[in-house]
Design a protein around this ligand. Structure first.
Ligand code: SF4
Length: 344
């Protein structure tokens, strides 16, 4: 398999479309937070990825320093992208992490190219750039510094509290360019969180991030995603979540109902069968048409959240400060595809 070759036998650029001239180095770390996780360090050939079909997205370019995500959300749409490397989309996605160790220097070089026009760059749109690995590899400070130095507008969507480590850099960048930060919190139910987002900081800690960012003058929106049917959509749950988001000082709240694309769907349904077997038939009916819940359901959730947002004095994103990210739960497999488009 292609990935086996990458891991076992160091390859060159000619052997793979995704990674560059250096060998893949595989590492494990015997510390509690990284136990059971394998890191595959690669040198990418390009770090700026053009989003296929960008006209449907609020951004055209992305930077993704990692593949796979230890946050391990059961519903994660990006699971499918691991299959492009012949890696498992279930536990493998949670524990086999590709690290593009040259991401900062590569981005700085690509931003300096005369061909680069300074377009907005979205991060965290495929996998979380502030997942646990970032604590060790520290790629984001170099990435943000490069964007700051080129005054290049960017946005970050994350569930990771680690973003606060880079607060000062974000402040510096925000002084010279447009910076949009969004944190993803779909619900505040702790039991649901523990089982469906087992590797993430708790919703409370994520909302603390929102609070800290706004306190330091960096406006932060909340992508209320995913709203999980029958498990996180009770009116009391929606109310508690929107209230907590409003209390955090978020500049906006944008609800998004769970969707289940291939790769995520199988993994989520297996989880559902194990934890909530009585819901399997209801899910099969709700998602009978495909990856998305029916429009009537989506509209109902959106209306409820907007009404609560109004009640608690927080606007939807399109009425608040500029929002650059709205699609963490949208599949953006730009670089994951072997046919990726790269700019420079
Ligand atoms: S949904 Fe986001 S935070 Fe969760 S596993 Fe996927 S990329 Fe990571």
């Amino acid at each position: 398999m292609r990935w086996d070759n990458l891991v076992e036998n160091p390859t060159t650029a000619g052997d793979t479309a995704l990674f560059g001239t250096s060998a893949v180095t595989t590492r494990t770390f015997d510390t509690p937070e990284f136990r059971g996780i394998t890191f595959h360090e690669v040198r990418a050939r390009s770090i700026l990825n053009r989003v296929p079909g960008a006209s449907r997205m609020p951004f055209e370019w992305t930077v993704n320093p990692y593949r796979g995500c230890t946050h391990a959300c059961v519903y994660c749409f990006a699971r499918k992208t691991h299959s492009y490397l012949d890696l498992d989309t279930g536990l493998g996605f949670d524990s086999q992490i590709v690290v593009k160790i040259n991401a900062p220097e590569l981005l700085r070089r690509q931003l300096a190219s005369r061909r680069w026009q300074g377009a907005h760059i979205a991060m965290g749109t495929n996998v979380d750039c502030y997942q646990r690995a970032e604590g060790r590899y520290r790629l984001m400070p170099g990435i943000i510094s490069a964007l700051r130095d080129h005054a290049n507008p960017f946005s970050i969507l994350t569930k990771g509290t680690l973003i606060l480590r880079d607060l000062e850099l974000l402040r510096q960048a925000a002084q010279v360019t447009e910076v949009g930060i969004s944190v993803s919190v779909g619900f505040t139910d702790r039991e649901l969180w523990r089982t469906v987002e087992p590797g993430t900081p708790s919703p409370e800690r994520r909302l603390d991030v929102v609070h800290t960012l706004t306190e330091h003058g960096i406006g932060c929106g909340v992508l209320m995603a995913p709203v999980i049917p029958f498990l996180g959509d009770h009116p009391d749950q929606l109310r508690a979540t929107v209230w907590a988001i409003a209390a955090s000082g978020a500049t906006s709240v944008t609800p998004l109902v769970l969707h289940l694309r291939p790769g995520a769907r199988e993994w989520f349904m297996a989880w559902l069968g194990q934890h909530h077997p009585y819901l399997v038939r209801r899910y099969e009916r709700l998602y009978a048409e495909g990856a998305y819940a029916p429009k009537w359901y989506q509209r109902r959730i959106t209306r409820q959240v907007h009404e609560l947002a109004t009640e608690f004095g927080i606007g939807p994103a399109d009425r608040g400060t500029p929002r650059r990210i709205s699609a963490h739960a949208e599949p953006v497999p730009a670089e994951a595809e072997p046919t990726q488009l790269t700019l420079l």
